[in-house]
Design a protein around this ligand. Sequence first.
Ligand code: ATP
Ligand code: MG
Length: 332
Amino acid sequence: FDLKNEDLKDLHELGQGNGGSVKKVEHVPTKTMMAKKIVLIDAKPSVRKQILRELQIMHDCHSKYIISFYGAFLADPNICICMEYMDKGSLDNIYKKIGPIDIDIVGQVAFAVLEGLTYLYDVHRIIHRDIKPSNMLCNSRGEIKICDFGVSGELINSIADTFVGTSTYMSPERIQGAQYTVKSDVWSLGISLIELALGRFPFSESTSDESDSDFEGTLSPARPGSISLSGLPPARMKRNTPKKDKRKSKGVSLQGGGMTMSILELLQHIVNEPAPRLTPEDRYPKEAELFIDSCLLKDPDSRKTPKDLLNDAWMDQARQSTVNLEDWASTF
Ligand code: ATP
Ligand code: MG
């Protein structure tokens, strides 16, 4: 594909995230449906060109567990990234529509994500950095693929507000400022899998800022005394934010508003409290519980890598499973 913006016909919006919006478009010359991600980037032309160069690595990513990349181009002041269109959308929207996802399907999701992560790391030394249900996509052929991985260091630095959007799946070591590793993605996978199986975000007490979702129940009683900005050293907070801190200019301040406070409370909870588990016990296969427990070991040294987890007993079960994802995808 030699992609030009004028060859793309906008159909409708697929969704919006912190970094921009995604539209379903048709590449008219080839009649190909695509998802076009429009990212507003407030950066110098040299930085934009650098981002574009870095994104080209995606042309070399070929796996059935990774979204295909068609190309990227500048459309001032935006960067447009064109990728494979997945007609059943992302798993967050799917569970919000159909409710908690059957644990056998969740096992297939876990398998697909681990295969995708292992491919990215083994072949390209890419760490995903943003594993969550909205970055797991499904199509009517029953394929599950991951998208939005961190190929471009410059892009990661340039997107404002990533902090708010990604903090909730962040591992304890990341919150404390440690280096990102493939094991941080494993933590995010564990949180995502619980979310899919329960049909709600596992740390529900701190999600009042997620206005579009209607979470119920609480993980533990709120403890007002435990909420304080000093719970996380400012120096460490900075490590999680983009290098060029644009949050202030966008009106999000660390000290203002209940929204940021609840995020801090959540970060503190992730660091200090025991990890969430797949509960109630006895509702789910023991193998699923144990798999998720091992994704959510708080010490990254004890946590396995995606590749090691592919040998987990639950993943053996997933490989032998007879569940049909195509049939499942035809139910919504
Ligand atoms: P964040 O910005 O925090 O990462 P997000 O992943 O929801 O959140 P986007 O990546 O901008 O934000 O995506 C917005 C929505 O567009 C997604 O939730 C998903 O439902 C939809 N979407 C993204 N890519 C595709 C695709 N290739 N095919 C179909 N739908 C897509
Ligand atoms: Mg996304």
